[in-house]
Design a protein around this ligand. Structure first.
Ligand code: M6R
Length: 366
């Protein structure tokens, strides 16, 4: 059932091009400029009239929520707050009937996310689910929703669930942007076409695996890692660090690159690998100067760059290339090398990749 792969995690990493396609198939008609998801269409006015969207989730799903915050605000101009479900539910949050709450959960069984939904419903909010497991508790408890079509995810470390969640959330944001008129028609059409062709770019990103394996070999004995990104790729940095922690047991932290100078830069020395997401974006020059700050303190730079990059290539010790794509879609490709890096480090260290210690696939205790 591992389809010839050594682990479910690797199989699931490689399934991403096809499950992303499964997730948009029949819903995204790029040539016609159409996005149709019945859960969304039936409740469109709830979203367009909402004062704000509150996203609740845990772990990797929370990271997908953070990516969605950038997409919704950037494209659809709707204010978004992303909350750890566990904090939200215990804090007496301000929620009204004018709020839309989106709950993101692969399993649809996470206890804290479920409790957050129940609270939001009690307060009168409209609650929308983005779940993977059909018929799961969260998918039943929400007022409406859109499934991801990742198929069963067996590895405890979430991979294909994350990229398919981002796919669904991107489609929602684009549909709302189109209805609200916050995106130009030409940009809308471009984004749809680019989303449709993202699968071949994910495929291309996977081809760097041999090179990533070499990088894993160099850094597998490091005691700590830092992951840095800005904008859309800040949540990807968090997700990269989480993947490494949970399967290799190496301490790793994700940070917004600009926050380095407010503390974490004190950690940098020649022992510290720093994974920097430095793809083409509005922040490119800023990320370059963050890399220079790390170099000046002898940190080792592993950079995720856009194919054809020259500037970061000169500064970085190692690079992992991904194809160019509009900035809002970069998380779908930049995530790939980080998944593979953590996978190979964990395998080289002899860890139980699919069943890491102390972890369960779904956390059904509060
Ligand atoms: O099933 P859910 O998406 O609700 O699960 C949320 C987290 O427990 C989950 O993403 C966890 O952080 C993963 N082990 C991350 O790889």
């Amino acid at each position: 059932e591992k389809g010839g792969y050594d682990h479910f995690m690797l199989k699931e990493i490689y399934e991403q091009p096809s499950v992303i396609k499964d997730t948009y198939r029949g819903r995204l008609l790029a040539n016609q400029g159409i996005i149709k998801m019945s859960g969304l269409e039936d409740n469109l006015s709830k979203f367009t009239n909402a004062d704000r969207i509150i996203i609740v989730a845990c772990g990797t799903s929370w990271h997908a929520g953070l990516v969605a915050e950038y997409i919704f605000e950037d494209l659809a101009r709707i204010p978004v707050e992303v909350e750890y479900a566990s904090e939200f539910r215990y804090r007496n949050p301000v929620i009204t009937e004018k709020d839309v709450v989106i709950a993101i959960s692969q399993s649809g069984e996470t206890a804290d996310t479920l409790a957050a939904i129940k609270l939001a419903k009690q307060k009168g909010a409209f609650v929308f689910g983005v779940c993977n497991v059909v018929g799961s508790t969260i998918s039943r408890e929400t007022h409406a929703g859109s499934y991801t079509h990742a198929g069963p995810e067996i590895g405890v470390a979430s991979t294909k669930a994350f990229t398919t969640q981002i796919t669904v959330l991107t489609m929602i944001a684009l549909r709302l942007a189109n209805v609200k008129g916050t995106i130009s028609q030409s940009d809308y059409m471009l984004q749809l076409r680019e989303l449709e062709s993202i699968t071949s770019k994910v495929e291309e990103a996977l081809q760097s695996e041999p090179k990533i394996k070499e990088i894993a070999q160099v850094f597998k004995d490091a005691a700590n890692f830092l992951y840095l990104g800005r904008g859309y790729n800040f949540p990807v940095a968090l997700e990269g660090a989480l993947k490494l922690k949970e399967i290799s047991y190496i301490h790793a932290e994700g940070y917004p690159a600009a926050e380095m100078k407010h503390g974490p830069i004190a950690l940098i020395d020649e022992q510290m690998p720093v994974v920097v997401i430095a793809v083409n974006s509005n922040h490119y020059e800023k990320v370059v100067s963050n890399i220079e700050e790390i170099k000046a303190r002898k940190g080792k730079i592993i950079a995720v760059v856009t194919e054809g990059d020259t500037q970061v290539k000169q500064l970085a010790d190692y690079i992992m290339e991904v194809p160019a794509t509009p900035e809002s879609l970069t998380p779908l490709v930049t995530t790939i090398p980080l998944q593979l890096l953590s996978y190979h480090i964990a395998v080289m260290l002899g860890k139980n990749v699919d069943q890491p210690r102390n972890l369960a696939k779904s956390v059904t205790v509060e």
